[in-house]
Design a protein around this ligand. Structure first.
Ligand SMILES: C[S@@+](CC[C@H](N)C(=O)[O-])C[C@H]1O[C@@H](n2cnc3c(N)ncnc32)[C@H](O)[C@@H]1O
Length: 328
């Protein structure tokens, strides 16, 4: 089986295939060297093909499965919500329109326009292999944006929550022809933060203390903290999560106050450590700890880079669930 993974990140796609005992020939398009180093360390056979915009499918063999989670900032409710536009605010209407703008060297706003690269490659591969399977993932977005993707890929994106598979609330859309996600049975797992905590993992995890006010009505929030700062006095803390609950969505913007904090006891809390973040995304323990450069040197990956790629990545078990329906 041959797979082409666009926006491969730290290759959660490859991890999900492996969980199904599938060891394909795997082509990865990615431009972030840290993510590629982590992938190379864990999956040395990966064939890296660089920038998605420069992929020439004539240089690839027949592809059986195309996967990708295109950059989402311009779709995300947390971002600018500009959608897929040029710097001049021209909305991309279709693949032909995108190719025309690309040919005329228009610059695009943010990175969400790269969805059209997924479409470009999908259409070319599909022509060559009508049996092509695909999976696209993206954030929860306005219907206006989602309906464009639905109609171009001719399948409705289905919202799945990682909470059914892991200790994290993370709602994402999935478009696929591997399985009918609208009608598939998902056995909901009851996994909470307490099931993934790891005490004693040395990451210099900051412990803080603060005044706690219980507002546990909300799904995953246990304590809402009024006017509190952490022990260093320079960070404003808003929420602390009880270990009997699910963690909120890990994002790429993990710095400072956005990092999920878990309640310890009394008025103490701490941030999640790297192992816990990996487990929250159902990534193997220490998967992101080391990288391998092109010249085969093994390197340590910094916590900041690890957090970024984990927040950017897929919940591996959601993808592994979808791949269970692949029959090659
Ligand atoms: C939302 S993340 C996807 C993460 C991935 N699904 C994983 O399993 O880790 C988007 C990725 O697209 C990559 N990217 C951005 N521009 C790209 C380009 N022009 N070509 C290839 N990859 C690109 C980013 O570096 C980032 O890792």
């Amino acid at each position: 089986m041959t797979v082409l993974s666009l926006f491969d990140g730290m290759s959660c796609g490859q991890q999900a295939l492996l969980k199904n005992n599938i060891k394909p020939t795997y082509f990865a398009s990615e431009i972030d060297s840290y993510a590629m180093n982590v992938t190379r360390y864990n999956f040395p056979e990966t064939i890296f093909i660089g920038d998605v915009r420069k992929i020439n499918i004539k240089e690839l063999p027949k592809i059986d499965l195309l996967i990708g989670g295109s950059p989402c900032q311009n779709f995300s409710f947390a971002g600018k919500q500009k959608g897929m536009v040029t710097k001049e605010n021209i909305t991309i209407e279709s693949l032909e329109h995108y190719l025309e703008l690309k040919n005329k060297d228009f610059e695009f706003e943010g990175q969400s326009y790269l969805f059209w690269e997924f479409v470009r490659i999908y259409k070319l591969l599909k022509k060559r292999n009508p049996q092509l399977k695909f999976l696209l993932e993206n954030v929860k977005m306005k219907n206006e944006f989602k309906s464009v993707i639905d109609s171009v890929l001719m399948v409705d994106g289905v919202l799945l929550n990682s909470s059914d598979f892991s200790a994290q609330n993370r709602e994402r859309y999935y478009w696929t022809n591997i399985v009918d996600l609208k009608n598939v049975y998902i056995e909901k797992l009851d996994i909470n933060i307490r099931d993934i905590v790891s005490y004693g993992y040395d990451d210099n995890v900051k412990i803080g203390h603060c005044q706690l006010r219980d507002t546990s009505k909300k799904k995953s929030i246990c304590y809402h903290i009024a006017n509190a700062t952490d022990i260093s006095g320079n960070e404003s803390i808003k929420r602390v999560y009880h270990i009997s609950k699910k963690c909120p969505t890990l994002t790429t913007m993990q710095g400072g106050h956005r990092e999920p904090k878990i309640y310890l006891r009394g008025n103490l809390y701490r941030k999640l450590n790297m192992l816990e973040m990996e487990r929250i995304q159902t990534v193997e323990d220490d998967y992101t700890k080391f990288g391998m450069k092109e010249d085969k040197t093994i390197i340590h990956i910094s916590n900041n880079q690890r957090k970024k790629m984990i927040g950017n990545g897929w919940t591996v078990d959601v993808i592994a669930f979808i791949f269970r329906f692949l029959n090659f």
